[in-house]
Design a binder for this molecule. Sequence first.
Ligand code: DOR
Ligand code: ZN
Length: 348
Amino acid sequence: MTRSLTLTRPDDFHLHLRDGAMLAGIAPETARDFARAIIMPNLVPPVVTGAQAEAYRQRILAALPDSDFVPLMTLYLTEATDPADLVAAHRAGIITAVKLYPAGATTNSASGVRDFDKTRPVFEAMAEAGIPLCVHGEVTDAEIDIFDRESVFIDRVLDPIRGATPGLRVIMEHVTTRDAVDYVRSADADLAATITTHHLIINRNHILVGGIKPHYYCLPVAKREEHRLALLEAATSGDARFFLGTDSAPHSDDKKECACCAAGCFTATHTMPLLAEVFERAGTLDRLDAFCGHFGADFYGLARNAGQLRLERGEDPVMFPAKIETGAGPVTVFDPGFPVHWRVVARS
Ligand code: DOR
Ligand code: ZN
């Protein structure tokens, strides 16, 4: 029996599009199903000024000539960021948010923040101007176990920043722990979290048991099953503070299948079918629309999309491409490890 599902055209509130030949190859994968996405600024060199963000936005649009996809740009916060520049870029409509990477936390984060006191004036200006802060929530201290870096970040960095900056709107990106879910739930206002598709599907066993699987390695790294279940519960609960940010992060296969594998899972191609399968298995298909199409837009103060996306469920598993060929090399598409029966059949 075929069943169908009509959703608000979704948004992706955390996406890596890269640049050059990689951008050209993978941007259509997101633009096919999504109306808008928050675009991560961790290029080399990073997107640190309004002028760079605008130039990058133009390159994204040029990579999508026949699309009405809207890239929502971000600036990469450094210790040298000038609050006035940032507020001006926001006021001019060039940027939607600012991204905080602790220095050394992840891909291309070397220019990120080491001393959070230095960025305090920026946080204050952002709170005043109502500019949301997207946070990669992991400490980088060598002595902190990689599986504890998110929860330690909440205690040592995020909570003090929020306490010192009333009114600062924060999105904890790609949460991976029950601790983060609990922290978001405990906050009274101005805090939300994105959840990725892949963190709803894999735990750390998927990466490590039976040999190391580089295409499941991302940052923050997937944690124990109990944490995946907490994310699943949050995503499917109907709580508006949790919404989709795929963190789809393409790396060419040579950068993944090597002695020092780059962090990132690439899910842009089939995120909506995967999520339909995940929400259906959880018995919460009726909550998928809000998770992908309502809550994020509401938190960011954006109008919900007028368009729709229709999915159908068939009896047979759907075959998705194993790889996307790009001018920068092939990119392996995330394998959920279970059959997916949903496909997108119409977009408006
Ligand atoms: O897995 C990840 N990949 N996590 C990040 O924070 C960055 C991203 C990337 O840019 O590849
Ligand atoms: Zn990311």
